[in-house]
Design a protein around this ligand. Structure first.
Ligand code: PEP
Ligand code: CO
Length: 464
């Protein structure tokens, strides 16, 4: 397990650059990007104090289970599906919204598993994905310039300057939203809803009537038949059978370090530090400088961690990140999430994959086909085209197949709702249709049909 330390203990003896001892607050001495400037230090103290006094949201043992599951991905024996909102909203945390998101993730996982025969590790961008990095600190609305929206854990998205003032009390609200979402996720995944015999029930009405939904139904019927066959053969599929429950892990970008630090706890069993705000944490493209605060924080927590890699990432930088974030070379500990863009993936990814392979670091390679393919449509909406999303995934598979490495997973932004945020797909959403149901608080998400369509196409790539 990753070495961590309390006051005065040495840590990371195996590190290439002999990193100094780690503490949960050690990031504070480093340059930090994308953090809000809280206007009221006392309110910040109060919020952080309150978070420190709260129970952990996830447990160290669960994070260790995810590391083990991801180790099987690093070892080419499984595939990882990481999916959920770009930014969860404080205003859309209803049971229905969470259940519908879960349905799509379960459907995608079933399609991937059934069609490819490869086990799928499921991770939601859920129950804590509230903080957003921004390309610009300000935003112009009409004639008024105001601070950018940074996610509901920091400020509000209403287009008025007063709403954009960072409020640390929002971190406590975010904790409560995360706790209630997680409670529902646990109930749904462990309480019968995720039972494989429910595969039909996950197909929402607006999906079931589409081509993708019908294709899904066909798979669901085959699963029914397979289950009936197993029962007929005497396989016990009643209480306790593995088909009755699903492990869905939680994840979010470890952006707001005040929040992450306050939820970091020492595991009584191992003595290691865990960030108990989620099972997995990742670093965004804008906060992955190896010498900066975010990398410093992430290196000391024992959770599985990820790093986004955009077009400017160099092979040297990536190997340095591997050394810093996983000096002990623990399989499953580190996921590299390439988000290079459909036009660049086949030229920019090979040198990164090659350098990591030569360094001998065990990593999970994942493709985020969303963030390198965002553009603004003529009517001013941020969007992505389904063909570009699929195209980047295809490029990712091609590169890994050529290098002899494992295309370990995909990382997508989706919702269970019938939104019109991404273009294309079987139903072919057109630019003029974007405003119809465009509800995201940040980036455009695949809707349920586009997500299931994508799962079928990824399954085909996996099978070959
Ligand atoms: C995100 O995952 O929502 C995100 C902002 O990604 P990136 O850091 O890759 O731009
Ligand atoms: Co996003």
């Amino acid at each position: 397990m990753t070495a961590v330390s309390g006051a005065g203990e040495p840590a990371h003896t195996g590190s290439v650059d002999a990193a100094p001892p780690w503490t949960p607050s050690g990031w504070r001495g480093r340059p930090a990007r994308q953090l809000p400037i809280w206007p009221d230090p006392e309110a910040l103290e109060r919020a952080v104090g309150e978070l420190r006094a709260r129970p952990p949201l996830v447990f160290a043992g669960e994070a260790r289970n995810l590391t083990r599951a991801l180790a099987s991905v690093a070892d080419r024996r499984a595939f990882v599906l990481q999916a959920g909102d770009c930014a969860e909203s404080f205003h859309e945390q209803s049971a229905d919204a969470i259940r519908d998101k879960l349905k799509v993730i379960l459907q995608m996982a079933v399609v991937l598993t059934y069609a490819s025969g490869v086990p799928v590790v499921k991770i939601g961008r859920i129950a804590g994905q509230f903080a957003k990095p921004r390309s610009s600190p300000v935003e112009r609305v009409g004639d008024v310039e105001m601070p950018a929206f940074r996610g509901h854990i920091v400020n509000d998205d209403a287009p008025i300057p007063a709403a954009r003032v960072p409020d640390p009390g929002r971190m406590v609200t975010a904790y409560h939203h995360a706790a209630s979402a997680l409670n529902l996720v646990r109930a749904f995944t462990k309480g019968g809803f995720a039972d494989l015999s429910q595969v039909h029930a996950w197909n929402q009405e607006f999906v079931a009537t589409s081509a993708e939904g019908r294709r899904y139904e066909a798979v669901a019927e085959e699963i029914d038949r397979a289950l009936a066959f197993m029962r007929a053969c005497g396989v016990d599929l009643s209480a306790g059978a593995p088909i009755q429950q699903v492990d869905l892990y939680t994840s979010h970008e470890a952006l707001l370090l005040d929040y992450e630090e306050a939820l970091t706890r020492r595991d009584s069993l191992t003595g290691d530090w865990y960030d108990c705000s989620a099972h997995m944490l990742w670093l965004g493209e804008r906060t992955r400088d190896p010498g900066d605060a975010h990398v410093e924080f992430l290196r000391g927590i024992a959770n599985p961690v990820g790093v986004k890699l955009g077009p400017t990432a160099t092979p040297t930088e990536v190997v340095e990140l591997c050394a810093r974030l996983n000096p002990e070379r623990i399989p499953g500990r580190l996921t590299l999430i390439a988000r290079l863009g459909v036009g660049k993936v086949t030229t920019l990814l090979p040198p990164l994959v090659d350098a990591v392979a030569r360094s001998g670091h065990p990593v999970v390679w994942q493709c985020d086909p969303m963030h390198g393919n965002t553009f603004t449509s003529e009517n001013g909406r941020k969007t992505r085209h389904f063909d570009d999303v699929l195209g980047e995934i295809r490029g990712f598979f091609t590169v890994h197949r050529a290098a002899g490495t494992w295309p370990g997973g995909v990382h997508v932004e989706l919702t269970g709702d019938d939104v019109t945020e991404c273009l294309g797909g079987v139903e072919d959403i057109l630019e003029e249709q974007l405003p119809l149901r465009y509800t995201t608080t940040c980036d455009p998400r695949l809707n349920a049909r586009q997500s299931i369509d994508l799962a079928f196409r990824v399954a085909e790539l996996l099978r070959h």
